[in-house]
Design a protein. Structure first.
Length: 270
């Protein structure tokens, strides 16, 4: 299991395949493990690098929430891309990982060849809305610390955002639950404080600066993120939008074959 030490954080990552590099970034409560079925397919044509983000999986969980801030983690990932690939990478990010991938693409464009955003957003543009979200994330972080990982995962699985996951096969749901339970509660709490949607810089005004090709993916059942994807599509010069029927927030889990089709079609045209 490879690890890379970057500015005091020990990053765990999984590496497979050969060819142009593809960096995979998971969502909140996820790990590199979530990408394994897709990484195996991508590795037939690409060098796939799937990373555990700070506070998740086997990567360090720093005590200082500031170390989780998007500015710092994006700089870490740009360094990791340079170390492991030496050339710009294709980025694929889901949810929180998509927000991070977008930040990395805007601020480190020389490290990014193309960008795939699944159920992602550029953050919140309204100051009052951001402050409300920061308070909500702090309350949730405190709940994780007080009640522990199992109680938090029980709560997280019942969010309306993930209602469509109830249709996944039982073994898939149990595997996802087991992965979530292996996370460190303090790491998840500090991830919310450092990289939550409220605290991250809004990227809406910088979408027009993107010059690399962008694929936007959203599940048709996830109406909020369909709207966000459509708004992003209108602002990005070289963008492609795919709304996946009968899927919710986790398109890569709920419609894996369609997800792979869109991703491979996009990547092989680069």
């Amino acid at each position: 299991m490879p690890f890379a030490e970057i500015k005091g954080v020990r990053y765990h990552y999984e590496l497979s395949g050969s060819g142009p590099p593809v960096l995979l970034l998971h969502g909140f409560t996820g790990t590199a493990e979530n990408w394994q079925p897709h990484a195996a397919v991508l590795a037939e044509s690409f060098r796939v690098l799937a990373v555990d983000l700070p506070g998740h999986g086997q990567t360090s969980a720093p005590a200082d929430p500031a170390r989780y801030r998007m500015e710092q983690v994006a700089a870490d990932l740009a360094q990791l891309i340079n170390q492991q690939a030496g050339v710009p990478a294709h980025l694929l990010g889901y949810s929180m990982g998509g927000r991070l991938a977008l930040y990395l693409a805007i601020h480190y464009p020389a490290s990014v060849q193309s960008l795939i955003l699944e159920s992602a957003s550029p953050g919140l543009d309204d100051v009052a809305e951001r402050q409300t979200r920061i308070r909500q994330d702090e309350a949730l972080a405190g709940r994780i610390e007080r009640e522990g990982i199992r109680a938090f995962v029980n709560y997280w699985e019942q969010l309306p955002l993930f209602a469509s996951q109830s249709r996944l096969p039982e073994h898939e749901r149990q595997r996802l639950r087991a992965q979530r339970l292996r996370n460190d509660p303090q790491g998840l709490a500090n991830s919310l404080r450092g990289m939550g949607t409220g605290v991250q810089p809004s990227l809406w005004k910088q979408l027009g600066d993107l010059r690399m090709p962008v694929l936007l993916l959203a599940g048709a059942l996830d109406e909020k993120f369909v709207r966000i994807a459509q708004q992003m599509y209108d602002r990005i010069a070289d963008a492609r939008l795919e709304i996946v029927p009968d899927a919710g927030h986790t398109v890569h889990l709920e419609a894996p074959a369609v997800f792979q089709m869109h991703v491979l079609d996009f990547l092989t045209q680069r």
